[in-house]
Each structure stands twice: as structure tokens, then as C-alpha cells.
Write a protein that binds this ligand. Structure first.
Ligand SMILES: [Zn+2]
Length: 282
């Protein structure tokens, strides 16, 4: 399995051949940075572990070169930082018993630009090399530009697949900016409250990101717990943790709206919902 960047890394925790490992992926997450997968698609990691024949595939598109560094990492060069982050991502794949972990190692600037051939061919090879039942992507309303760019590159790659090869379930997950505000009809609750023995450690392996005092491990778990508590669901089917996601499948149907129209529609429903409640009680 060969990808366009010389720094690309393909890791198969159980030592199987990479193409076979990719082919058995049932839950696939394509994210921008090391640690995004474990924050946004933890429910998919758990689903793959729970299903007979399940296999989780993780893809990190960027190299992680530009990340902030502090504490023991303060003097790291870009190369050292990339190596540290690559190894942290491999450790997460071991902990979560992924079928495969691919790190494409593209510079953020390359991914942010539409039309890069290397990024397009890498993503096309990944999406056509497996037939996952669920795909986890960033969502188009994320606050991080690189996340939005990776989402756009993934959508382009998925739209270029023949209609019969497009995954049935495509979810746009929250990382930077929560999705709890979206109306229930527009969002999906992913069960991220399982396996507490794994939930913290699989985010805490990204020590280089946490070293500066940003406790992503605590924050990710706290957000899941808060969403579960503040979501008005029936007590009987309450989850211990929720990651919110947008159902992105409409973007792959025949006659799909543009991403902008898709977003506008959801924003309009959010706005109308707030104003209707206010008008009813003011
Ligand atoms: Zn990220």
C-alpha cells in the first residue's frame, strides 16, 4: 500500500497485510490530525470492538508538523514532533485494536487547497479499498479550518465513487464546536459512553498535545457526559456519553444539495426553533 507522501505511515496492529486489513474495515474515520479520531469517533471504535468481524480503520490526513509544543516537547523540531505524534497515533491504534491506522502526512496547507492530486488519490484509494458500514468525518460546521478542509476533500472523494459503492452511513462529528445546538431531526447521538477503561487512556496517549495544559482527555469525556445529561431523552434509554454528529448521507444522494445549502438549511431550522419558542412565551 503506497501513498503519495514519502512520510506516510501505514500501521497494522495485528501484523496482517495492509490491503487485507483495510478491506476488513467496518467503521472508518478520516480526520485531520492525530487525536481527532479518538475524540470524534470513539463510538465507532467501540462499535467495531463490539461487532463480530468488526474492524476499525483510522486515517489521519495531515502531518501534525505545525502543532504547538511545550513542556518536554518545547525544544522539539518539526521532524521530532511529527515522529512523536505518529507514535502516539500508533499507540492509540494498539489500545483500540484497530484493523489499520493510516497517517497520510500531508502539510495542512496542501489539504486546505482544493485539487491537490496526492490528497485526492490517497483518499480515493482508501475509500475504494474498503466497504465500511459507517464512515466518520469532520462536520462542515467545525470551527477549525483544516477540519473543514479535510471534510471537503473526503466528500469530493466519496462523491467520485460509483453510487453503489458509497457508504450507507456517513456522520459528520463534533471536535471544535459542539453540535448539541442542532435540532434532533438533524443530528445523530453516537454512543460514546462505553468502555470507560479505554475512553480516557485512548485520548491520554496523545501526551504531546496535553503537555501544554490542554486536557483533551478530560474535556472529551466531560463533553460526552454533559451531552448525555443535557439531552432530553427518556431515562430508560439514556446513554452515559454522547458524541453528536450530523447525518451527511443527504450530501451523497442523487440531486444532493451543495454543502453550503445543506448547512444553510440546518442553520435556518435552528434559528426558527429559537425564535418560535421565544415568540410563544414572550
Ligand atoms: Zn484536529
Amino acid at each position: 500500500m503506497k501513498f503519495s507522501s514519502a512520510q506516510a505511515d501505514v500501521y497494522v496492529p495485528d501484523g496482517a497485510a495492509p490491503a487485507a486489513a483495510l478491506a476488513r474495515v467496518t467503521h472508518l474515520c478520516v480526520a485531520a490530525h492525530q487525536d481527532d479520531i479518538e475524540i470524534m469517533a470513539y463510538a465507532g471504535i467501540c462499535d467495531a470492538l463490539a461487532e463480530a468481524g468488526g474492524g476499525f480503520g483510522g486515517v489521519v490526513v495531515t502531518s501534525g508538523a505545525g502543532s504547538p509544543r511545550s513542556g518536554p516537547y518545547a525544544a522539539f523540531t518539526d521532524e521530532q514532533m511529527q515522529a512523536a505524534r505518529r507514535e502516539e497515533q500508533r499507540e492509540a491504534a494498539r489500545l483500540g485494536r484497530y484493523a489499520i491506522q493510516i497517517q497520510l502526512a500531508h502539510p495542512s496547507a496542501t489539504v486546505r487547497r482544493p485539487g491537490d492530486r496526492g490528497v485526492a488519490s490517497d483518499l480515493a484509494a482508501i475509500f475504494s479499498g474498503c466497504a465500511p458500514e459507517a464512515v466518520y468525518l469532520h462536520n462542515p460546521m467545525d470551527r477549525h479550518g483544516t477540519h473543514v478542509a479535510v471534510f471537503c476533500r473526503c466528500l469530493e472523494a466519496l462523491r467520485s465513487l460509483p453510487p453503489g459503492r458509497r457508504p450507507a452511513r456517513i456522520l459528520g462529528c463534533e471536535v471544535w464546536r459542539d453540535l448539541d445546538w442542532a435540532l434532533d431531526e438533524d443530528k445523530v447521538a453516537l454512543d460514546a459512553g462505553r468502555r470507560p477503561e479505554l475512553a480516557g487512556p485512548i485520548v491520554a496517549v496523545f501526551a504531546s498535545q496535553i503537555a501544554g495544559g490542554k486536557r483533551y482527555d478530560l474535556a472529551a469525556l466531560g463533553r460526552r457526559a454533559a451531552h448525555a445529561t443535557f439531552h432530553a431523552s427518556h431515562a430508560t434509554d439514556r446513554l452515559d456519553g454522547i458524541t453528536w454528529a450530523l447525518d451527511l448521507r443527504p450530501l451523497l444522494e442523487p440531486g444532493a444539495p451543495s454543502v453550503e445549502a445543506f448547512v444553510e438549511e440546518r442553520l435556518a431550522r435552528f434559528r426558527a426553533d429559537i425564535l418560535a419558542r421565544l415568540r410563544a412565551h414572550a
